[in-house]
Design a protein. Structure first.
Length: 426
């Protein structure tokens, strides 16, 4: 009965011809071949399916499938695996009796022609489906998030969802937020800050630097925020990044079908070296230490709480992004971390822009020293490779692990390219 119900369901979902193949194999194949159908099926269908899936993922490894993409992939995979096991269980039951099956009068030649076409169409459909979603640059919908809202001490804390870590201050005088992530997560953060504080607006939003995973939510904050503060280079970098994205989009052939990039909402108040503002009994000091992760990074210190937001000056045990196009300097980045660690009290708690998987987004002075050491060791490693005559292509392909910094994992292209360019002056 179970096999019969499975056949009815499968016929409705996949059609009569495939139902013949999966549930009445004896009609089309010699008895000896019937018992080999599961293996034939696995080779002919499941292997191409896995290959197409792997190729699609490789086209854009850092992208996340849209919800509808994931659903369709799961449904198709489920159908194929269900058919596989149905064939295995029904081949013995129906092998001898299937010759009397009169739903379709198919010859073996007809079956081979139609089934080959079906396999080709379904495989090509899967391939075109993935390539439309990945290769044509369609931006996948953001995955669901689970925000974390955590207090550190004395009215300060952090908020995480997707993108750079957001810092916050909530006291009776108002709210200050540090960084804004993306529009969808920014909306969640704004709601959380206003709900928790009982306020109707935010006194200030501070951008640690210009990158989109820290500033793309500025437009969501803007209507509820009195002022947005950042380094003087941040508006310039945000606008140039936007202009480049628009230019690339205009050159796409065929034309892009995704939404055009949103014009950035830039800081309306800037600093060159340092700035301090007061909110209630807390003083917030912002300071620039020169080029590092970018040419516009600032550290934000909540002085009374003794909590410092580092933005992307800190990647906790994670190979960092190094934006040389927008003023980065690995050598000075290491120097800046050493300066900050010396200037601030020994018990300062630091909020990190990013952290490795399952690692905390807060830490202590020792973490700054470790990341500073990693940056210096990265430059030393690349210098040695250049001295040995390695080309840029050879260097960026390295998967070595830097001694003493095994907790960062094997090297990847992301830091190696900028390090090579800095060492060689490219």
């Amino acid at each position: 009965m179970a096999a019969a119900r499975a056949e009815v369901f499968f016929r409705a979902a996949a059609g009569d011809r495939l139902a013949v193949v999966f549930f009445r194999p004896g009609l089309l194949f010699p008895r000896a071949l019937v018992f080999r159908l599961p293996l034939v099926f696995a080779v002919a269908v499941l292997v191409p399916f896995a290959t197409v899936f792997r190729r699609a993922v490789a086209l854009r490894r850092d992208a996340v499938l849209r919800a509808d993409v994931r659903a369709r992939v799961v449904l198709r995979a489920a159908a194929f695996f269900a058919a596989f096991f149905a064939t295995l269980t029904s081949a013995i039951d129906y092998g001898a009796a299937a010759a009397g099956y009169d739903l379709l009068m198919l010859t073996r030649r007809h079956f081979l022609a139609t089934s080959t076409a079906t396999l080709a169409v379904t495989t090509l459909d899967r391939y075109s489906f993935f390539t439309r979603a990945f290769a044509q640059g369609q931006a996948p919908a953001p995955p669901p998030v689970t925000p974390v809202f955590k207090e550190i001490r004395r009215n300060t804390g952090y908020w995480t969802a997707r993108g750079g870590t957001i810092g916050w201050l909530i006291n009776p005088a108002g709210i200050v937020a540090v960084d804004s992530q993306f529009p969808d997560t920014a909306a969640l953060c704004v709601d959380q800050l206003l709900k928790t504080s009982g306020k109707s607006e935010i006194a200030a939003l501070i951008n640690t630097h210009h990158h989109g995973d820290h500033t793309a939510g500025n437009g969501v904050f803007r209507p509820k925020t009195k002022q947005i503060i950042g380094h003087a280079n941040v508006p310039k970098y945000m606008k140039s990044t936007y202009d480049q994205a628009v230019a690339r989009r205009a050159q796409q052939n065929p034309p892009a079908t995704t939404p055009a990039p949103a014009e950035p909402v830039v800081p309306d108040k800037t600093l060159t070296d340092s700035m301090s503002v007061d909110l209630g009994d807390e003083r917030i000091t912002m300071k620039h230490y020169g080029p590092a992760h970018t040419g516009g990074d600032i550290m934000i210190l909540f002085e009374k709480a003794n909590v410092a937001h580092m933005g992307d000056l800190m990647f906790n045990r994670l190979h960092p992004v190094i934006d040389r196009v927008n003023g980065a300097s690995i050598a000075n980045w290491s120097v800046a971390l050493d300066k900050i660690a010396k200037e601030l009290p020994a018990d300062t708690i630091y909020i990190f822009g990013h952290a490795g998987e399952n690692l905390p987004v807060t830490g202590a002075r020792a973490d700054l020293a470790h990341h500073s050491g990693y940056l210096a060791a990265l430059l030393d490693y690349v210098r040695a490779q250049v001295k040995a005559g390695k080309t840029r292509e050879q260097v960026v392909a390295s998967t070595d692990t830097i001694k003493g910094f095994e907790d960062y994992g094997p090297l990847i292209t992301r830091p190696l390219g900028p390090a090579f360019d800095e060492v060689t002056g490219a």
